[in-house]
Design a protein around this ligand. Structure first.
Ligand code: SF4
Ligand code: SF4
Length: 310
């Protein structure tokens, strides 16, 4: 039985790499007991801002068997999104690297569907579901349990070999597999660059983020006027923010992705300040066709630009 689990786990990981995931680890689908008080405190303190959905399905966030009946394993998959192309340092306005190309939800869902087909063909039919940000589970906690890395002081998952510019997605299955050793240790050490550089003071402590102060939240999730207290702190970000990743020393190991779907529209990185300020719906649709930037909607993006101008 153990021999089979070993064999299956190996072939799932090989197939994951073949499909373009750069790393794959497998963790038991346990209840996240140690994360429960942290999540509760974060919610109680209102650190999730207006993201009401974070309060929903509280137990589902912590218990994979509430998402897939009889869940035994969480297969955690990492996908590199570090772009070769960059906004120039003096760019008029900036958007987060993960949103340069096609919305990762579409790209990863398709890849994971193919991995699930492989599992069904090779191992047999079983209950399983794929999640890309779409299900209320604490994916970073399972990534650590699957041995892939640690959670940095900026609250993002970091790997020693590739830094932190990657998407995390997962397949929850009732299959019993061979599990990786949880990642031991924390390689942030005495570093606190992300804390010191965050312009809004959103990183409030070790692995604690006040999302209601984070530029990513303010430019994407907040569906109302950005509070004036953040004036002058945005450093030209109009969709997301990469500052606490850009300064992280582990990201010197980031390397450009090879996913053509993540390539930006050729005009995007050439946009002048005036181009952004005069952006109309047609240009917006052309530049951000199937892009994650659509989450902010046209009016939201224009509002973020106006916030920086006024
Ligand atoms: S994304 Fe930007 S605003 Fe949010 S914690 Fe990181 S540096 Fe701070
Ligand atoms: S910048 Fe330093 S403290 Fe922050 S996540 Fe990276 S290594 Fe950890």
């Amino acid at each position: 039985m153990i021999v089979q689990a070993n064999k299956y786990s190996r072939s799932i990981k090989e197939k994951a790499r073949e499909l373009g995931f750069f790393s794959c680890g497998i963790a038991p689908a346990e209840y996240l007991e140690e994360e429960e008080p942290r999540l509760q405190k974060w919610l109680d303190e209102g650190r999730h801002g207006t993201m009401q959905y974070m309060e929903n399905h509280y137990h589902k966030r912590l218990d994979p068997s509430k998402l897939v009946e009889g869940a035994k394993s969480v297969i955690v998959l990492l996908t590199n999104y570090y772009p070769n192309e960059q906004f120039p340092d003096d760019a008029a306005y900036k958007i987060s690297k993960y949103a340069y190309g096609k919305d990762y939800h579409f790209v990863l869902k398709d890849r994971m569907r193919r991995l699930m087909e492989f599992i069904r063909d090779e191992i047999g039919d079983s209950r399983m579901r794929a999640f890309v940000d779409s299900a209320p589970i604490l994916e970073r906690a399972y990534a650590v349990k699957a041995g892939l890395g640690w959670i940095g002081k900026n609250t993002l998952m970091i790997t020693r070999r590739h830094g932190s510019f990657f998407f995390i997605s997962e397949i929850i299955t009732e299959l019993e597999l061979d599990y990786d050793q949880p990642f031991g240790g924390d390689y942030c050490g005495d570093c606190r660059r992300c804390i010191d550089v965050c312009p809004t003071g959103a990183i409030t402590g070790r692995r604690e983020l006040d999302a209601s102060k984070c530029i990513s939240y303010l430019t994407i999730e907040l569906r109302e006027k950005i509070p004036d207290q953040f004036k002058g702190q945005y450093d030209q970000w109009i969709f997301g923010c990469d500052i606490c990743q850009d300064v992280c020393p582990w990201n010197r190991f980031s390397f450009p992705h090879e996913e053509k779907e993540f390539l930006p529209h050729p005009d995007l990185l050439k946009m002048s300040k005036r181009d952004w300020e005069e952006l109309d719906v047609e240009d917006y649709r052309k530049l951000f066709k199937k892009s994650a930037v659509k989450r902010a909607k046209f009016e939201g993006l224009k509002g973020n630009i106006a916030f920086l101008r006024d």
